[in-house]
Design a binder for this molecule. Structure first.
Ligand SMILES: N[C@@H](CCC(=O)N[C@@H](CS)C(=O)NCC(=O)O)C(=O)O
Length: 159
């Protein structure tokens, strides 16, 4: 594993079941970057604790801390890692393939993920009914990935 920067280690606030946090952990590992892992248990509501809200006022994981830099959005974190640690690049050079990658990232983070995150599922559970949470989440994921799976299969994103 490479060190993030001399004497400093990256810190990642994460929850093991969080897909947004998975993406950042995958990027950190593909780049071979060492980091300190700080668990935030979303089911226990630890994302709403005052000390965590000081890091991320939105109350979500992941959060990456790199010395004085604090970032709390998976896409911004991954692009920061890509710019700061360019070895083992995550993106292809070809602009069309890059665009396909950005599109997949955007569909996941803006069309799929916000429509089935924990706070929304809890809301649906309370207002509509507990049995409605799973089918709702599955329909959103299925719809979002329909186009993306086709695109990823038909346009190889690896150069
Ligand atoms: N745009 C943010 C979204 C972060 C997000 O929604 N994280 C979820 C876990 S995947 C979360 O912490 N949810 C807590 C909640 O809904 O209370 C990102 O991509 O990092």
């Amino acid at each position: 594993m490479a060190s993030a920067s001399v004497g400093k280690e990256l810190t990642l606030y994460s929850y093991w079941r969080s897909s947004c946090s998975h993406r950042v952990r995958i990027a950190l590992n593909l780049k071979g970057l060492k980091y300190e892992y700080k668990p935030v248990n979303l089911l226990k509501g630890e994302q709403s604790r005052p000390e965590f809200l000081q890091l991320n006022p939105v109350g979500c994981v992941p959060v990456l801390v790199d010395d004085h830099v604090v970032l709390y959005d998976s896409f911004a974190i991954i692009m920061y890692l890509e710019d700061k640690y360019p070895h083992n690049p995550l993106l292809p050079h070809d602009i069309y393939k890059r665009a396909i990658n950005f599109q997949a990232a955007s569909v996941v983070s803006s069309t799929i993920q916000p429509l089935h995150n924990l706070s929304l599922l809890n809301y649906i559970g309370e207002k509509v009914g507990p049995d409605e949470k799973l089918p709702w989440a599955q329909s959103i994921i299925r719809r979002g990935f329909k186009g993306e799976v086709w695109l990823i299969c038909s346009h190889c994103t690896i150069e």
